[in-house]
Design a protein around this ligand. Structure first.
Ligand SMILES: [Zn+2]
Length: 788
């Protein structure tokens, strides 16, 4: 009964063990023979029963044995998942040809486009997976992670996409099921998907504007790292870093100025670009992409030499000599501007369109003007302090002239300036900058202080106006000693004192313009970041405050009487300026003993904590600063530069309240724009790229910006490929040398074997020694070859 026999044979021979050897040794005839044992094609009945066919296919692909793979594909009926895994293996070993063949095979199988979604169904597979690929890895994500441009292109052309992961808190059915079924697999597949999306290959192949996608992706990843802190450190942050680097590398592919200006001045959305145009001074490009990078915190991108060059060229405008000139000269000009500021402002007010007016509009001059105005403000504050000392007795009473100490209020008209800034920037982005928050606080405190003083003056004036010596009028004429604690004048004075101190903090806004000062400022700012140690210090302080206070409080005779004194004592102990007699109380031995021990422990602990704090602060922030001091400073400086490129606000503070003729023109311009906005159309500013590819009709219709982006991406891919080829060539050379050495060794070995055989069975001592020495020599030679 041949039929029955064949049945048994089929069952037994479903996976002949010789097969693996045949594949490994590349013996195709044997393989074909083994496959042809049944009649026709071997069918797999139960796929989960044995994965061995799969392994055979994977092995043949991994070995690069294409004939064996063909034989297997023809001889065995593989199902969808098996081919999927084979595809993964082919991608993993970077064999575009094999990938193509497998894809074609899949196409045949499905007839139409393959169902990519069914890959994600693997989440619901609970069996212990002996596949070597993590959950959620599809051929496309794997190729992306390995930056295989060719395969990525091939796969995307076949319609593969990486579906964007849902939000972390998504409540849709799919996510809920996935989370409930297997939380780890769920998050792993999320991360693997992000790994694919954030790869250079995926960004450059699929995205229209790879740089913008990299920006937004990096922002998204940073947000995710906060939402999913479990995967923050190695996963999300390294991906984010990858995105940032990719954008920087793309920028580095620019070859001429026109490309750079195109890239930096457009950020995709054309209507947005047109709107942004109005925010900057005329003659200054809108730099929308650069501003986007600043908003998205792309420090490396902003600090790239290309961006920095563009920024500083705009910063100096047509004062070409400024950049190269010496420090002394710059200093002289600054001092000159400082003293002639009112005059310069007058010139600008009268003739903003004149040559002098235009020079004043150059950002660097504008910056100097504003800094001069600020310095004048500080000088006024100092001057007022000195005046107050001169008229001390007047200031002690209510007789003071409000004008004596309110000259600084001229500057507080700053407020007007700030309002204008808010108007231009929009409220939200305005308060995103912490310095602006501080500004608003300082200004409102100045205003409050001033308002209180005006109030008290008016009240005194009206109360004592009608000569009636009422109680309140008498209170107003009394000296300071008799005032209430909450007297408005006292409050206003305290407010003024604090605010005048805070006013100096705005200097921090100016400092980044200078290299070493800016870097220093950043390093100090980072140290303040580490102030969480203060919290620990506070806990320790409070604990001991409580303990020591409770030890001594019942003894009325002791020199310390309360909470306040104990606090004082402990606080100054931290800095070593406290009287140790405080804990002495010889009459009560036990209390003294405990108190002294507590105090001793406190001193010890505080020394350790403070010392550690110091060490941690110094090493930590120094390390951080060492790493990217330059980048941080350039980023801060770029922010400063950009804030001075904005339109308007040319006049420094005390003068900006006067409406200039220019403002009237500006308002007229707004009206005009409202009228004309219906038929507003932007014309193309740049000539179309003159390239080899211009003969293609479809390319011409693309805007210049996209052509540039495409060219950049092309160059990037090209350079990556070249690098890859280079390394491959180097390794290939080594391998061929190694192969040669091995084959030579093979021949020699055969020779020795022959020699031994002809000599008979008796082993010859000298010959074996000779043979082993030959072998050793070859092994050493091969090793050297490989190392060299
Ligand atoms: Zn969802």
């Amino acid at each position: 009964q041949p039929e029955q026999w064949r049945e048994i044979m089929n069952k037994k021979m479903r996976f002949p063990p010789e097969l693996l050897n045949a594949i490994q040794e590349g013996r195709i005839e044997l393989l074909c023979g083994l496959l042809r044992t049944g009649d026709g094609i071997i069918r797999q009945l139960d796929e989960s029963e044995d994965r061995q066919w799969r392994e055979a296919l994977n092995l043949s692909i991994r070995l690069g044995n294409e004939d064996a793979m063909d034989a297997l594909l023809q001889g065995v009926k593989f199902d969808f998942r098996q081919i999927h895994e084979a595809l993964l293996v082919a991608v993993d070993t970077n064999q575009p040809k094999v990938v193509k063949r497998l894809l074609d095979r899949l196409d045949q199988e499905k007839g139409n486009k393959m169902d990519v979604r069914s890959f994600s169904q693997a989440i619901f597979d609970r069996s212990i997976d002996d596949s070597q690929f993590a959950p959620g890895v599809t051929p496309l994500t794997l190729a992306c992670q390995k930056d295989l441009y060719e395969i990525v292109t091939m796969l995307t052309q076949k319609g593969h996409v990486i579906p964007w992961p849902h939000k972390i808190s998504c409540a849709c059915l799919e996510c809920r099921n996935g989370r409930q079924y297997d939380l780890l697999k769920f998050s792993l597949s999320r991360i693997n998907t992000y790994r694919g999306i954030a790869s250079r290959a995926y960004l450059s192949v699929t995205s229209n504007d790879a740089m913008l996608s990299a920006f937004s992706l990096s922002r998204e990843l940073r947000k995710l790292s906060q939402k999913e802190p479990e995967f923050k450190q190695p996963q999300y942050l390294s991906l984010e870093q990858l995105c940032q680097e990719f954008a920087v590398e793309l920028l580095g592919m620019c070859r001429n100025q026109s490309e750079v200006t195109t890239i930096l001045n457009s950020c995709g959305d054309e209507s947005q670009d047109a709107l942004d145009e109005q925010a900057f001074e005329e003659g200054i490009p809108n730099l929308s992409r650069l501003r986007l990078a600043v908003n998205y915190n792309q420090k490396q991108f902003v600090a790239h030499p290309i961006c920095q060059q563009v920024l500083s060229s705009i910063w100096c405008g047509n004062l070409a000599g400024w950049r190269g000139s010496r420090t002394i000269w710059k200093l002289l000009v600054s001092v000159g501007i400082f003293f002639t500021m009112p005059f310069l402002c007058l010139v600008y007010w009268v003739a903003p369109k004149s040559k002098a007016g235009k020079i004043l509009k150059i950002p660097v001059i504008k910056f100097l003007l504003h800094s001069a105005s600020y310095l004048w403000f500080l000088i006024t504050l100092l001057g007022e302090s000195i005046t107050m000392e001169m008229y001390r007795d007047k200031f002690a009473s209510r007789q003071q002239n409000i004008l004596h100490s309110s000259f600084h209020m001229v500057w507080v008209v700053f407020f007007w300036y700030e309002c204008k800034e808010v108007w231009i920037e929009g409220l939200r982005s305005y308060f995103l900058d912490w310095w602006n928050c501080l500004d608003v606080m300082v200004l409102s405190m100045y205003l409050a202080s001033f308002a209180l003083r005006v109030l008290i003056m008016l009240k005194g004036h009206f109360l004592c106006h009608d000569q009636s010596n009422s109680d309140e009028c008498i209170y107003f004429t009394q000296t300071r000693d008799n005032w209430h604690q909450e007297d408005p004048q006292l409050i206003s004075e305290v407010l003024f004192a604090v605010t005048s101190m805070l006013s100096f903090t705005r200097l921090a806004y100016i400092l980044p313009a200078h290299e070493s000062l800016g870097t220093l400022q950043i390093s100090i700012g980072k140290m303040i970041d580490d102030m969480m140690f203060m919290f620990i210090l506070m806990i320790i302080g409070t604990a001991f405050l409580c303990g020591i206070n409770n030890v001594y409080v019942p003894y009325v005779i002791s020199p310390h009487l309360g909470f306040n004194e104990t606090f004082n004592f402990l606080f100054w102990t931290m800095f070593g300026v406290a009287n140790q007699d405080y804990v002495d109380m010889p009459q009560f031995v036990l209390a003294e003993f405990v108190g002294r021990i507590l105090y001793g422990i406190f001193t010890l602990v505080i020394v350790i904590v403070l010392l550690n704090m110091l060490i941690a602060m110094i090493t930590n922030s120094f390390q951080k600063i060492e790493d990217d001091a330059d980048v941080e400073w350039k980023f801060a400086r770029s922010k400063l530069y950009l804030s001075y490129f904005r339109e308007g606000l040319t006049m420094p503070v005390p003068f900006n309240i006067i409406p200039s003729p220019k403002a009237i023109f500006y308002i007229l311009g707004i009206f005009k724009r409202i009228c004309c906005c219906c038929n507003y159309n932007s014309e193309q500013k740049y000539p179309p790229i003159a390239s080899v590819s211009s003969d293609k009709g479809s390319e011409d219709s693309l805007p210049y910006r996209q052509q540039v982006i495409r060219a950049l991406v092309q160059r990037y891919i090209e350079s990556a490929r070249r690098e890859f080829e280079e390394t491959k060539r180097k390794i290939g050379n080594r391998i061929t040398e190694l192969n040669k050495a091995v084959s030579r060794m093979h021949i020699e070995m055969k020779g020795i074997q022959q020699l031994l055989l002809t000599d008979g069975h008796a082993p010859n001592d000298a010959l074996t020694k000779d043979g082993s020495s030959v072998l050793g020599k070859y092994i050493i030679g091969a090793k050297n070859n490989f190392r060299g």
